[in-house]
Write a new protein. Structure first.
Length: 527
């Protein structure tokens, strides 16, 4: 005989001898006791606490079955009768159910009712003892939780994104080797083409083995690797990836956050967005190529626009050498006619003529290099570039009585596109020349100087051509096809291309402003 057995017997004996012990037990552990005479079914004793829970005093009620049956909900009474009949026929069938009662004040109580039939020596049911427990609070809490769960479920199901929740699945060494589906909203079910019932409780590796395969769009990592990392570190992750497995071929965007022992994942299909982005990037690339091509054409057009001036400059550069050659030819002819011509004299004049021809040849080379369509960056002296441009224009500027002064240190050099920078300078100087001529300035002056700091060179070009008083015109001078020239020579692309050359092609900056009686153009270039 074990210890529990004798204590149980002792407790029964004490209860039989002292009814206060029984009263203590039923008062503090139960919400009511009832004892029913099955031989006289109308007679039933119900404890005072039973009635107290229902809002009645013990004295208000009689010991009759009909007393409590009047208070129980009718449909629940049918349930208790059905359950009683089953227990009556089979003692193994439990008499245990939760039913609703009407409280004296009118509200509803939820009562758990349990009982057991007592039979005589012949097995005949003669009595039944039962207990009541008020579970109203638990029921209302359960109802609220259910309502919250239903509301949350409705919210999740209304989402346009797929949402899934998982618990971690460990091996015997405590390592995460898989995940278990615990929740899936409608959109997620639609995406994986499975119902929530088919997903809940299943292992991820069984339902979607593609989650364990390396993905190129995730640099060879699998989705499982990323999910496992979120659970282990607690740090949320956002991913974009292409998934082609398990009957799915889509681009996805997802966000994964740790939750309890697993994680919650929200995801959306972004295939259309990716396709649009790809097409847009392709379109942008094509437009950039098209723009570069158009700008190359504009650069060439800009060169052609000043071609007339260049040809005039060549003509002026050649006029003097041609005159000298013509003069030398005449002198040689006279010497020959007078029979005073000798080898030494011919050699001397031949050298002089070759010098003039070399000068003309160098002029052609300078203009030929200027009109090259492509070139590479190279380091060159800034002063050398400026002087080369002036050599192309100098004779024309002298004819127009325009003086060009250069004050650039020999030490300043920079990496640039030489021919393009020359073209930009020609455009600027040509505009200064036009301004001086249009304002009938008798003594035109163009000053070119440079300033250098640690990162940039500022090349400043100033003229005394009167400047641009109209602010709207001043703000528009870099716009394509905008010109202030009243004659037919204005194309409106010179300064536009200058800005493209400096700011886009050479990553510099252009600034303009009026100064005293003229105009200042500043080119800022990285060293």
């Amino acid at each position: 005989m074990n210890k529990d057995y004798y204590l149980k017997t002792e407790l029964y004996e004490i209860i039989q001898k002292d009814s206060t012990i029984f009263d203590f037990l039923q008062e503090n552990s139960l919400d009511g006791i009832w004892y029913w005479d099955l031989e006289n079914p109308e007679n039933e004793w119900l404890s005072p606490k039973f009635w107290k829970v229902l809002g009645y005093s013990f004295e208000e009620k009689k010991h009759l079955t009909s007393e409590w049956q009047e208070l129980i909900f009718y449909e629940d009474l049918e349930k208790t009768i059905d359950n009683f009949n089953k227990h009556y026929k089979n003692p193994e069938h439990p008499y245990d159910q939760i039913v609703r009662y009407k409280h004296k004040k009118g509200h509803t109580l939820w009562i758990r009712c349990r009982g057991s039939i007592i039979r005589d020596n012949n097995g005949k049911p003669i009595r039944m003892i039962g207990i009541h427990n008020d579970v109203t609070k638990e029921k209302y809490n359960e109802k609220r939780l259910l309502e919250k769960a239903n509301s949350l479920k409705a919210i999740l199901d209304s989402s346009l994104d797929g949402i899934m929740a998982f618990d971690s699945f460990y091996n015997k060494d405590g390592e995460i080797i898989d995940f278990i589906f615990t929740m899936s909203n409608k959109e997620a079910c639609k995406i994986v083409n499975l119902s929530e019932e088919q997903l809940i409780g299943q292992r991820l590796s069984k339902i979607q083995p593609g989650n364990f395969k390396p993905l190129d769009s995730l640099n060879g990592r699998s989705l499982f690797d990323n999910y496992k990392e979120v659970v282990l570190t607690g740090e949320a992750k956002s991913l974009e990836f292409y998934f082609e497995s398990d009957g799915i071929k889509e681009w996805f965007r997802n966000k994964t956050v740790k939750y309890n022992n697993g994680f919650i994942c929200t995801f959306e299909i972004i295939t259309s967005e990716k396709n649009f982005q790809e097409k847009l990037e392709q379109r942008v690339e094509e437009e950039i190529k098209k723009r570069y091509k158009q700008e190359e054409i504009l650069i060439q057009q800009s060169k052609m626009a000043v071609m007339g001036e260049m040809i005039a400059a060549i003509a002026h550069n050649w006029r003097q050498p041609l005159n000298i050659i013509s003069l030398l030819s005449c002198v040689i002819t006279k010497k020959y006619a007078s029979s005073k011509l000798n080898k030494g004299y011919v050699d001397d004049w031949s050298i002089k003529m070759n010098n003039q021809l070399n000068f003309m040849s160098q002029t052609i080379d300078d203009f030929k290099n200027f009109y090259k369509s492509t070139e590479n960056f190279k380091r060159i002296s800034l002063k050398k570039i400026v002087l080369k441009v002036i050599s192309l224009l100098n004779i024309q500027f002298k004819i127009d009585n325009i003086k060009i002064e250069v004050n650039i240190p020999e030490t300043i050099s920079l990496v640039c596109l030489e021919n393009q920078l020359q073209q930009a300078l020609i455009n600027i100087l040509s505009n200064s020349r036009e301004a001086i001529l249009n304002k009938n300035i008798e003594k035109g002056i163009i000053l070119i100087y440079a300033e250098k700091n640690t990162s940039f060179v500022n090349l400043i070009i100033q003229d005394n051509g009167g400047g641009i008083e109209n602010k709207e015109i001043l703000s528009s001078i870099f716009e394509p096809y905008f010109t202030t020239k009243t004659n037919s020579h204005g194309t409106g692309i010179g300064l536009y291309m200058t800005k493209i050359i400096i700011e886009q092609n050479m990553k510099g900056k252009t600034e303009v402003k009026n100064i005293n009686n003229g105009f200042e153009f500043t080119i800022i270039l990285p060293i």
